[in-house]
Design a protein around this ligand. Structure first.
Ligand code: 13P
Length: 252
């Protein structure tokens, strides 16, 4: 079995303030020191500067929750990949289901963002996942395959070697309803096998995170599955104790 390091990444979504961030980041650094797993936080754009200054001498990485597909230009309100690397970002989440559902990002736009992030030197965290309707219609694999294939088509299979995937079933996000470890493992294995069909080396090295109501109480069980290499954590990443416990559950 390939030795893939675990990655636990917080996705703060639109939460935080300068005061809260300071306390949370200090606690996370303290609480995860010496841990073998990789730890990261994806924060709102305005807090990247603060995050950089608090985390730059630590083992915790940081990133953004979105990135423009454009390099620069007249795109009011957008933020480019090179702006994110200016603030020391390692990661940028692309294709989160909230961006797909609320901001009309389709598979092609997500693929463009994935490519733009990599071109700027960021590691994209590509989110895929089905809605409840799609799961009930038994088309989970088709939906996830289409989301993945759009990226492979545009950026090439080798590009996945410098990325992270996150399987986030939409019905499990912010609902308190977690996929069972077996349900998650099934989709993770499907994704890894699909990639292995094109490039076994890329597939075996790829970190595939699970996201959707991960908590301290269910993290260890999820992370023990063969193809689950950590988590993308929403609500629980805002509570220091909870997030630290999840990180500890990811120790290799
Ligand atoms: P929750 O952990 O709040 O369910 O959110 C998951 C998520 O969307 C992470 O990107």
């Amino acid at each position: 079995m390939a030795a893939r390091p675990k990655l636990i990444a917080g996705n703060w979504k639109m939460h935080g303030s300068i005061g809260q961030n300071r306390d949370l980041l200090h606690a996370v650094v303290q609480g995860t020191t010496g841990l073998e797993a990789d730890v990261a936080v994806c924060v709102p754009y305005p807090y990247l500067s603060q995050t950089q200054s608090l985390l730059q001498q630590t083992h915790v990485s940081w990133g953004a929750q979105n990135v423009s597909q454009h390099e620069k230009g007249a795109y009011t309100g957008e933020v480019s990949g090179s702006m994110l690397t200016d603030f020391g970002c390692r990661y940028a989440i692309v294709g989160h289901s909230e961006r797909r559902a609320l901001y009309g990002e389709d598979n092609y736009i997500v693929a463009l963002k994935f490519k733009a992030a990599q071109t700027a030197g960021l590691i994209p965290i590509l989110c895929v996942g089905e809605t409840l309707d799609q799961r009930e219609a038994a088309i989970t694999e088709r939906v996830v395959a289409e989301q993945l294939d759009a990226v492979i088509e545009l950026a090439g299979i080798a590009s996945l070697a410098k990325s992270v995937l996150a399987y986030e079933p939409v019905w499990a996000i912010g609902t308190g309803k977690t996929a069972t470890p077996e349900q998650a493992q099934e989709v993770h294995a499907f994704v890894r096998n699909r990639i292995a069909g094109r490039d076994p080396g890329v597939a075996s090295g790829l970190q595939i995170l699970y996201g959707g109501s991960v908590k301290a109480s269910n993290a260890a069980e999820l992370f023990s599955m063969t193809d689950i290499d950590g988590g993308l954590i929403g609500g629980a990443s805002l509570i220091a104790d909870e997030f630290i416990k999840i990180c500890l559950a990811g120790k290799n």
